[in-house]
Design a protein around this ligand. Sequence first.
Ligand SMILES: C[S@@+](CC[C@H](N)C(=O)[O-])C[C@H]1O[C@@H](n2cnc3c(N)ncnc32)[C@H](O)[C@@H]1O
Length: 269
Amino acid sequence: MTGFSAEWLALREPYDARARNPEVLDAIATFLKPLPAVRVIDLACGTGSTLRSLSPRLPARQNWHLIDHDVRLLMQAKATPLAKDIDVTVVPLDLNRDLEAALDGEIDLVATSALLDLVSAAWLDRLALALAARSIPFYAALSYDGRTGFTPTDLFDTRVMAGMNAHQTTDKGFGPALGPTAAAFMIARFKSLGYSVVHGAADWVMGPEDRDIQTEILLGWANASDEMGGLPLADATAWLTRRRRAVEAGCSSLRVGHIDFFATPSATR
Ligand SMILES: C[S@@+](CC[C@H](N)C(=O)[O-])C[C@H]1O[C@@H](n2cnc3c(N)ncnc32)[C@H](O)[C@@H]1O
């Protein structure tokens, strides 16, 4: 999988934090509230976005294992200022190769964000079966679900997004990715394994003042679409130029659909 820069993760984090579905977060807090202390595993943690969003809602005593294959991101995650009873261990690991090693020991919650849409059905199945075998609850935030809304609209939006959504299903190191269908796949898989699932939308909402992130996203989408060859380069470039002008003029808004869910096993551990 190509690297995710700390700069990009920092740019998106406030939008992610605002987007996280509040009913899903409440369900996690309610579920874990009776425990005197919790041990959480964050898969593909990046710089620790989920740690920062979720830890204030959990019981005071927390032990987090932050897992990623990018050591530079892990170092930043480790530097997160936290309340005194929160203990963090960072673990460099390739989750494609060593998923089972990431799930070692007593675990009260496995969490992840912005990962499911990057991985394959086979890997998701492997994760779901590993969690179900030990009745471990699972929180997955911010899985892209294919919905987008542009203001103003453009003639080429549909074709650029078709290319972008096709790019979402390419191999990012875990086999062919499920992309926009990953969250629905995983919700259905957990239900089939006897889990209860709370889920809801967690959309990025960007207004005219959110110029930097819109510029970055639009460039990424134009590049992804171009890689898939869906639109002639001249048309993709013209689309990006018009969109950038709208962003610079302060008249561009963007909604990007995501799904959050929390899956809890019916069996008690
Ligand atoms: C979109 S970022 C999400 C980061 C973080 N969860 C967040 O929400 O900000 C995807 C993360 O997956 C990590 N990643 C990608 N492939 C991986 C692999 N094979 N093993 C472990 N981590 C991986 C990347 O380093 C990156 O931190």
